[in-house]
Design a protein around this ligand. Structure first.
Ligand code: ATP
Length: 221
Protein backbone atom coordinates (compact mmCIF):
# COMPACT_ATOMS: atom_id res chain seq x y z
CA UNK A 1 0.00 0.00 0.00
CA UNK A 2 1.33 3.43 -0.80
CA UNK A 3 -0.30 5.51 1.94
CA UNK A 4 -0.95 3.97 5.36
CA UNK A 5 -4.44 2.50 5.40
CA UNK A 6 -7.28 3.29 7.77
CA UNK A 7 -9.09 0.26 9.20
CA UNK A 8 -12.80 0.54 9.95
CA UNK A 9 -14.51 -1.79 12.39
CA UNK A 10 -18.27 -1.40 12.57
CA UNK A 11 -20.40 -3.24 15.08
CA UNK A 12 -23.17 -2.88 17.57
CA UNK A 13 -20.59 -3.12 20.40
CA UNK A 14 -23.43 -4.00 22.76
CA UNK A 15 -21.04 -4.21 24.63
CA UNK A 16 -17.52 -4.11 23.13
CA UNK A 17 -15.38 -7.08 24.24
CA UNK A 18 -11.93 -8.64 23.82
CA UNK A 19 -12.99 -10.41 20.58
CA UNK A 20 -13.45 -7.00 18.90
CA UNK A 21 -10.29 -5.51 20.40
CA UNK A 22 -8.06 -8.44 19.46
CA UNK A 23 -9.46 -8.53 15.92
CA UNK A 24 -8.59 -4.84 15.51
CA UNK A 25 -5.12 -5.17 17.03
CA UNK A 26 -4.13 -8.26 15.06
CA UNK A 27 -5.40 -6.93 11.73
CA UNK A 28 -3.73 -3.56 12.36
CA UNK A 29 -0.43 -5.33 12.99
CA UNK A 30 -0.76 -7.76 10.08
CA UNK A 31 -1.74 -5.11 7.54
CA UNK A 32 0.31 -2.20 8.88
CA UNK A 33 -2.80 -0.08 9.37
CA UNK A 34 -2.18 3.49 10.48
CA UNK A 35 -5.27 3.48 12.72
CA UNK A 36 -8.41 1.45 13.36
CA UNK A 37 -11.62 3.39 13.71
CA UNK A 38 -14.40 1.77 15.75
CA UNK A 39 -17.82 2.87 14.52
CA UNK A 40 -20.82 1.79 16.64
CA UNK A 41 -23.93 1.29 14.51
CA UNK A 42 -26.97 3.47 14.89
CA UNK A 43 -30.16 1.65 13.92
CA UNK A 44 -28.73 -1.39 12.13
CA UNK A 45 -30.68 -2.72 9.13
CA UNK A 46 -29.84 -6.43 9.60
CA UNK A 47 -30.68 -7.18 13.16
CA UNK A 48 -32.69 -6.28 16.23
CA UNK A 49 -32.13 -2.87 17.74
CA UNK A 50 -29.20 -2.80 20.17
CA UNK A 51 -30.08 -3.33 23.82
CA UNK A 52 -28.59 -0.08 25.09
CA UNK A 53 -28.43 3.41 23.58
CA UNK A 54 -25.85 4.53 21.06
CA UNK A 55 -24.48 6.95 23.64
CA UNK A 56 -23.73 4.13 26.08
CA UNK A 57 -22.28 1.88 23.35
CA UNK A 58 -20.02 4.69 22.11
CA UNK A 59 -18.89 5.48 25.64
CA UNK A 60 -18.04 1.80 26.23
CA UNK A 61 -15.98 1.80 23.01
CA UNK A 62 -14.16 4.97 24.13
CA UNK A 63 -13.49 3.42 27.51
CA UNK A 64 -12.20 0.17 25.96
CA UNK A 65 -9.79 1.81 23.49
CA UNK A 66 -8.44 4.52 25.80
CA UNK A 67 -4.66 4.31 25.93
CA UNK A 68 -4.22 2.57 22.55
CA UNK A 69 -2.88 5.19 20.10
CA UNK A 70 -3.79 2.92 17.15
CA UNK A 71 -7.49 3.02 17.96
CA UNK A 72 -10.10 5.76 17.63
CA UNK A 73 -13.89 5.98 17.97
CA UNK A 74 -16.29 7.57 15.50
CA UNK A 75 -19.83 8.61 16.44
CA UNK A 76 -21.17 9.35 12.94
CA UNK A 77 -23.54 6.36 12.77
CA UNK A 78 -25.15 6.89 16.15
CA UNK A 79 -25.69 10.57 15.23
CA UNK A 80 -27.35 9.62 11.92
CA UNK A 81 -31.16 9.67 11.75
CA UNK A 82 -32.89 6.50 10.55
CA UNK A 83 -31.27 3.27 9.41
CA UNK A 84 -27.50 3.26 9.39
CA UNK A 85 -25.72 1.85 6.33
CA UNK A 86 -22.04 0.94 6.07
CA UNK A 87 -22.17 2.13 2.46
CA UNK A 88 -22.95 5.70 3.60
CA UNK A 89 -20.22 5.63 6.23
CA UNK A 90 -17.57 4.41 3.79
CA UNK A 91 -18.69 6.98 1.18
CA UNK A 92 -18.20 9.78 3.70
CA UNK A 93 -14.84 8.42 4.79
CA UNK A 94 -13.72 7.99 1.19
CA UNK A 95 -14.49 11.67 0.51
CA UNK A 96 -12.52 12.72 3.56
CA UNK A 97 -9.54 10.44 2.96
CA UNK A 98 -8.91 11.02 -0.74
CA UNK A 99 -6.71 8.26 -2.12
CA UNK A 100 -5.76 6.74 1.22
CA UNK A 101 -6.61 3.00 1.37
CA UNK A 102 -9.59 2.05 3.50
CA UNK A 103 -9.93 -1.44 4.96
CA UNK A 104 -13.32 -2.61 6.18
CA UNK A 105 -12.57 -5.17 8.90
CA UNK A 106 -14.99 -7.95 9.82
CA UNK A 107 -15.26 -11.46 11.18
CA UNK A 108 -15.93 -14.34 8.77
CA UNK A 109 -19.48 -14.63 10.17
CA UNK A 110 -20.24 -11.04 9.18
CA UNK A 111 -18.78 -11.54 5.69
CA UNK A 112 -21.17 -14.41 4.93
CA UNK A 113 -24.09 -11.94 5.34
CA UNK A 114 -22.64 -9.31 2.99
CA UNK A 115 -25.22 -9.74 0.21
CA UNK A 116 -27.89 -8.47 2.64
CA UNK A 117 -26.01 -5.19 3.11
CA UNK A 118 -27.21 -2.03 1.34
CA UNK A 119 -25.38 -1.57 -2.03
CA UNK A 120 -23.03 -4.36 -1.05
CA UNK A 121 -21.29 -4.69 -4.41
CA UNK A 122 -20.36 -1.00 -4.31
CA UNK A 123 -18.61 -1.40 -0.98
CA UNK A 124 -15.63 -2.71 -2.97
CA UNK A 125 -15.40 0.62 -4.82
CA UNK A 126 -14.87 2.30 -1.47
CA UNK A 127 -12.72 -0.06 0.60
CA UNK A 128 -10.81 -3.30 0.77
CA UNK A 129 -12.65 -5.94 2.78
CA UNK A 130 -10.54 -7.78 5.36
CA UNK A 131 -11.97 -11.00 6.75
CA UNK A 132 -10.62 -12.24 10.07
CA UNK A 133 -10.91 -15.95 10.70
CA UNK A 134 -9.87 -18.33 13.42
CA UNK A 135 -6.72 -20.46 13.08
CA UNK A 136 -7.39 -23.80 11.46
CA UNK A 137 -10.53 -22.45 9.83
CA UNK A 138 -10.44 -23.69 6.30
CA UNK A 139 -11.22 -21.02 3.77
CA UNK A 140 -13.14 -23.66 1.81
CA UNK A 141 -15.60 -23.60 4.75
CA UNK A 142 -16.05 -19.86 4.28
CA UNK A 143 -16.52 -20.26 0.54
CA UNK A 144 -19.11 -22.99 1.07
CA UNK A 145 -21.11 -20.62 3.29
CA UNK A 146 -21.23 -17.80 0.71
CA UNK A 147 -24.24 -17.20 -1.52
CA UNK A 148 -23.39 -17.60 -5.23
CA UNK A 149 -22.99 -13.89 -6.15
CA UNK A 150 -20.70 -13.26 -3.18
CA UNK A 151 -18.73 -16.43 -3.85
CA UNK A 152 -18.03 -15.21 -7.38
CA UNK A 153 -16.85 -11.81 -6.16
CA UNK A 154 -14.79 -13.44 -3.42
CA UNK A 155 -12.85 -15.46 -5.99
CA UNK A 156 -12.43 -12.46 -8.30
CA UNK A 157 -11.21 -10.09 -5.64
CA UNK A 158 -9.17 -12.33 -3.34
CA UNK A 159 -5.75 -10.70 -2.94
CA UNK A 160 -2.36 -12.13 -2.11
CA UNK A 161 -0.04 -10.50 0.40
CA UNK A 162 -1.37 -7.14 1.67
CA UNK A 163 1.88 -5.39 0.73
CA UNK A 164 0.99 -5.99 -2.90
CA UNK A 165 -2.44 -4.40 -2.79
CA UNK A 166 -2.89 -2.60 -6.05
CA UNK A 167 -5.16 0.25 -5.02
CA UNK A 168 -7.01 2.01 -2.25
CA UNK A 169 -10.08 -0.27 -2.44
CA UNK A 170 -11.46 -3.37 -4.10
CA UNK A 171 -9.53 -6.35 -2.72
CA UNK A 172 -10.65 -9.09 -0.37
CA UNK A 173 -8.00 -10.06 2.17
CA UNK A 174 -8.26 -12.96 4.61
CA UNK A 175 -6.19 -13.08 7.80
CA UNK A 176 -5.96 -15.60 10.58
CA UNK A 177 -6.44 -14.18 14.08
CA UNK A 178 -6.43 -15.67 17.58
CA UNK A 179 -9.73 -17.42 18.21
CA UNK A 180 -11.63 -15.83 21.10
CA UNK A 181 -15.08 -17.33 21.30
CA UNK A 182 -16.63 -14.29 22.98
CA UNK A 183 -19.89 -12.64 21.97
CA UNK A 184 -21.80 -9.64 23.23
CA UNK A 185 -24.87 -11.91 23.38
CA UNK A 186 -23.10 -14.14 25.91
CA UNK A 187 -21.98 -11.15 28.00
CA UNK A 188 -25.54 -9.75 28.07
CA UNK A 189 -26.88 -13.17 29.09
CA UNK A 190 -24.36 -13.49 31.94
CA UNK A 191 -25.23 -10.01 33.21
CA UNK A 192 -28.98 -10.63 32.98
CA UNK A 193 -28.51 -13.82 35.04
CA UNK A 194 -26.40 -12.01 37.63
CA UNK A 195 -23.15 -13.78 36.68
CA UNK A 196 -19.79 -12.10 36.14
CA UNK A 197 -18.53 -11.41 32.60
CA UNK A 198 -15.07 -10.68 33.98
CA UNK A 199 -12.16 -11.55 31.63
CA UNK A 200 -14.42 -11.36 28.56
CA UNK A 201 -14.19 -7.56 28.24
CA UNK A 202 -11.94 -4.86 29.72
CA UNK A 203 -12.54 -4.16 33.42
CA UNK A 204 -13.18 -0.49 32.64
CA UNK A 205 -16.06 -1.49 30.33
CA UNK A 206 -17.52 -3.78 32.98
CA UNK A 207 -17.23 -0.97 35.54
CA UNK A 208 -19.08 1.35 33.14
CA UNK A 209 -21.82 -1.28 32.76
CA UNK A 210 -22.15 -1.74 36.53
CA UNK A 211 -22.11 2.00 37.22
CA UNK A 212 -24.88 2.62 34.67
CA UNK A 213 -26.90 -0.49 35.59
CA UNK A 214 -26.87 -1.75 31.98
CA UNK A 215 -28.06 -5.17 30.78
CA UNK A 216 -29.81 -6.07 34.02
CA UNK A 217 -33.07 -6.57 32.20
CA UNK A 218 -34.65 -5.74 28.87
CA UNK A 219 -35.44 -2.20 30.07
CA UNK A 220 -31.77 -1.40 30.52
CA UNK A 221 -31.54 1.46 28.04
P1 ATP B 1 -23.83 -10.00 19.27
O1 ATP B 1 -23.46 -11.18 20.14
O2 ATP B 1 -24.69 -8.97 19.97
O3 ATP B 1 -24.37 -10.43 17.93
P2 ATP B 1 -21.02 -9.61 18.59
O4 ATP B 1 -20.25 -9.97 19.81
O5 ATP B 1 -21.04 -10.63 17.47
O6 ATP B 1 -22.49 -9.16 18.98
P3 ATP B 1 -20.82 -7.31 16.84
O7 ATP B 1 -20.81 -5.93 17.39
O8 ATP B 1 -22.05 -7.76 16.15
O9 ATP B 1 -20.42 -8.26 18.07
O10 ATP B 1 -19.56 -7.58 15.91
C1 ATP B 1 -18.86 -6.59 15.22
C2 ATP B 1 -17.76 -7.24 14.39
O11 ATP B 1 -16.85 -7.94 15.23
C3 ATP B 1 -18.26 -8.27 13.36
O12 ATP B 1 -17.50 -8.11 12.17
C4 ATP B 1 -17.97 -9.61 14.01
O13 ATP B 1 -17.72 -10.62 13.03
C5 ATP B 1 -16.70 -9.30 14.81
N1 ATP B 1 -16.60 -10.12 16.02
C6 ATP B 1 -17.47 -10.20 17.04
N2 ATP B 1 -17.05 -11.04 17.99
C7 ATP B 1 -15.85 -11.52 17.57
C8 ATP B 1 -14.89 -12.45 18.13
N3 ATP B 1 -15.08 -13.05 19.30
N4 ATP B 1 -13.75 -12.69 17.41
C9 ATP B 1 -13.56 -12.09 16.21
N5 ATP B 1 -14.43 -11.21 15.63
C10 ATP B 1 -15.54 -10.92 16.30
Amino acid sequence: MTLPALGVLGGTFDPIHFGHLRLAQELADALGLARVRFIPTGTPPHRDAPTVSGTHRLQMVRTAIAGNPLFEADDREIRREGISYTYDTLSELREQLGKRPLCLLMGADAFTTLTTWHRWQELFDLAHVVIAHRPGFRLQELQAALPAPLHKIYLQRLAGAPGRLPANAGAIITREITALDISATRIRALLAQGFSPRYLAPDAVLEYIAHNHLYKDSDAR
